[in-house]
Write a protein that binds this ligand. Structure first.
Ligand code: BG6
Length: 494
């Protein structure tokens, strides 16, 4: 392999990432059914989104319109090409293909939309990187089956996976099964269990046990998808996808260190199973100690071994820290909603996310040591309030700094530590609806979209300073990370 000064291969996959439900809009067009994202309202900066029982009159659902990518994708893909993207990570909205989720045959209009999108990418030699399930399960599977509480949903998911693998076998090579499958290790947060698994927990239920059962069905579904995909096209690269937020001990007290170790085990058992094909010993012991009687069959365990992933995709936004509490067994009582503490050594974004570029190098090394698989950074970025000037510019030097510092650490991990990284797709290619808050004003993109939190705005697109900066980074294959031209560019609308 021929390497550049930064240690990056010449065919390094630079690009950008999004998810279908956050930008497509057209929530009821082309036969699409409702998804879990379609019944979530918008929230403020520090609130949780409300989950309503179906679509209710008088409520505002920001994903229904997104940024209208469903209709405007040709101009957006053209802008991605102008930035020099080698790849584009998006997801397929499951409810476009199987509107209810439990049909036997896919919806042709939904399949045809992704044909058009992938063809448009290929026109510019942009490789699609496609997530099968990115927080957008058909809502009918929630109301009818309780989401991934039910083993039946494994069958529906694999039917969906088979349909899209067959349809796009010559257009898509890189796949990811479940987006941030490990987010739900934070089981006390209603948002994560709902978006990952379509589950709402009753007050008298043990949310942790519910999460382990759903998580098990999902790792099995993932392993089946890997097997089906490889049969359809042996060249497919099918990865797992986790949210990589390393959990540091708050101090060097041994109990804090033990607690942080357990926190890492609890966050990353999903990828342990998807990569290794077996459950870690601590977790089977833990199930016994807790008295959990999970539905895990011998056939499941055999499938996990047969359906190991080809690579590991992960998002990296921030690091966490945890501290042990008085009078507890730190390895038996980790609960993410309760046990994270503020790391005073790193700054925070406006949404309280701890910004820690060196944590990315740490993460790359930790994942490489643990899994020995190619790694793909499929999300990394900062949500910020951007100001559009009167002449349609956005001077987002804070975004450039965030990405600059993280790419620098990635390159150190590759060059100095020998970590195999396949590519880098920052979040997000273009401004989209925030997953956690439903805000448009929590912007991540290189391209500004004129849309406000209440849905008003012209939807016009404008290039930010970071657009030109990233274009230059890609053109130099990551060798020059410095801002170009003082960050001032002619206004542009497309
Ligand atoms: C990840 C998700 O959690 O982070 C994305 O995969 C999400 O869907 C991104 O948008 C940023 O989070 P948020 O909540 O700020 O949109």
């Amino acid at each position: 392999m021929s390497l550049t000064k930064t240690g990056l291969p010449k065919d390094f996959l630079w690009g950008g990432a999004v998810a279908a439900h956050q930008l497509e809009g057209a929530y009821n067009v082309g036969g699409k059914g409702l998804s879990v994202a379609d019944v979530m309202t918008a929230a403020g900066t520090h609130d949780e989104r409300k989950i309503t029982a179906g679509v209710q009159a008088g409520e505002f659902y920001p994903n229904h319109q997104g940024i209208d990518f469903y209709h405007q994708y040709p101009q957006d893909v053209k802008l991605f090409a102008e930035m020099g993207f080698k790849c584009f990570r998006t997801s397929i909205a499951w409810s476009r293909i199987f509107p209810q989720g439990d049909e036997l045959e896919p919806n042709e209009a939904g399949l045809a939309f992704y044909d058009r999108l992938f063809d448009e990418c290929r026109k510019y030699h942009i490789e699609p990187v496609v997530t099968l399930s990115h927080f957008e399960m058909p809502y009918h599977l929630v109301t009818q089956y309780g989401g991934f509480r039910s083993r039946k949903v494994v069958t529906f998911f694999t039917r969906f996976a088979k349909a899209v693998f067959e349809r796009y076998q010559d257009k898509v090579k890189y796949w990811l099964t479940f987006n941030e499958i490990n987010n739900q290790s934070n089981y006390d947060r209603a948002f994560t269990l709902f978006t990952n698994s379509g589950i709402q927990v009753a007050p008298d239920e043990d949310a942790e046990e519910v999460m382990y059962q759903a998580g098990h069905y999902e790792v099995v579904a993932s392993s089946l998808a890997v097997q089906i995909g490889h049969q359809i096209n042996p060249d497919f690269q099918i990865g797992a996808m986790i949210a990589m937020s390393p959990v540091y001990p708050a101090t060097d007290k041994p109990k804090d260190v033990l607690k942080a170790q357990r926190a890492m085990q609890a966050r990353f058992w999903f990828s342990d199973v998807q990569v290794e094909g077996t459950y870690p010993t601590w977790l089977t012991q833990y199930f016994d100690a807790k008295g959990y009687q999970l539905d895990i069959t011998k056939a499941d365990l055999a499938n996990l071994k047969r359906g190991k992933v080809d690579y590991l995709g992960f998002s990296y936004y921030m690091s966490f820290a945890t501290a042990a509490r008085e009078h507890e067994d730190p390895q038996f009582s980790y609960n993410e909603s309760r046990d994270l503490v503020t790391n005073t050594y790193v700054p925070q974004s406006d949404w309280g996310w701890q910004v820690d570029p060196e944590g990315l190098r740490y993460s790359l090394n930790w994942l490489n040591d643990r899994y020995h698989l190619p790694l793909f950074i499929v999300e990394n970025g900062i949500g910020a309030i951007d100001q559009l000037t009167a002449d349609h510019q956005v001077h987002d030097d804070y975004r450039i700094k965030y990405l600059h510092d993280h790419i620098e650490q990635m390159e150190l991990a590759i060059k100095e530590d020998g970590v195999p990284v396949m590519g880098y797709t920052p979040w997000s290619a273009i401004d989209i609806v925030s997953a956690s808050t439903g805000q448009l004003s929590k912007r991540y993109g290189f391209i500004y979209v004129d849309r406000n939190d209440d849905g008003s705005g012209s939807l016009a697109r404008y290039k930010k300073d970071s657009f030109y900066w990233y274009q230059h980074v890609i053109a130099t294959n990551g060798e020059d990370l410095d801002p170009v031209g003082g960050g001032v560019h002619a206004a542009s609308s497309n």
